[in-house]
Design a protein around this ligand. Structure first.
Ligand code: FNR
Length: 187
């Protein structure tokens, strides 16, 4: 049966180009992947006091952790903020990594796509995210690397990819990720 893949978008804004690319990737995914966006915008900032010494974790953290526990893999699609990842994405990573010993990330095959209107394609965000993934023990797709630069010019007015070479590149990313999931996901 299809592997359940969480798509986590690093931007919270309504017209996010990252969200548009995430939707395009989801539409191109082979049948072996059942992809759904998991929202991260409502998670309170991580603070150990909210769940330790008798405190009950915020409901939004519990819901996120529960939803992610049922996932077989994670596709990150993120902008770059100040040459790193947006704080909302880092917060979701931190929330999912705790309580200590019950990380929801561990062992889930992941891929990272960074998307920017700028020329460097979110390289800094992409690699800062990789640093977290190494520690969180996620088998991470290495190639093809996906730094999507000049991204606003690659979309039409409906937020769809407007050219064949970008479409082919995204198809290659999602197909390679599907093969990676087939190889590395836990049964
Ligand atoms: C940016 N942006 C940006 N772009 C980039 O390529 N490198 C960077 O370091 C930054 N830094 C940065 C910081 C902050 C706080 C903001 C709000 C923006 C621009 C960013 O790529 C642009 O706003 C994208 O459109 C954001 O992605 P979404 O929201 O369209 O998905």
């Amino acid at each position: 049966s299809a592997k359940k893949i969480a798509v986590i978008v690093g931007s919270l804004r309504k017209d996010s180009i990252n969200r548009k690319f995430a939707h395009e990737l989801m539409a191109m995914a082979p049948a072996s992947l059942a992809m759904q966006i998991v929202e991260i915008g409502e998670l309170p900032l991580y603070n150990q006091d909210l769940e330790e010494n008798g405190a009950t974790a915020p409901q939004a953290w519990q819901n996120f952790r529960q939803q992610m526990t049922g996932m077989d893999g994670v596709l990150f699609v993120t902008p770059e903020y100040n040459r790193s990842i947006p704080s909302a994405l880092k917060n979701a990573i931190d929330v999912g990594s705790r309580p200590y010993g019950s990380s929801i990330w561990s062992g889930k095959p992941a891929a990272i796509v960074s998307v920017s209107p700028g020329a460097t394609g979110g390289f800094g965000a992409n690699h800062h995210l990789r640093q977290c993934m190494v520690f969180l023990d996620m088998p991470l797709l290495q190639q093809p690397e996906a730094y999507i630069g000049g991204a606003t010019k690659l979309l039409d007015d409906n937020g769809k990819i407007n050219n064949d070479s970008s479409r082919q590149f995204l198809q290659k990313i999602i197909d390679t990720y599907a093969a990676w999931v087939a190889k590395t996901a836990k049964v």
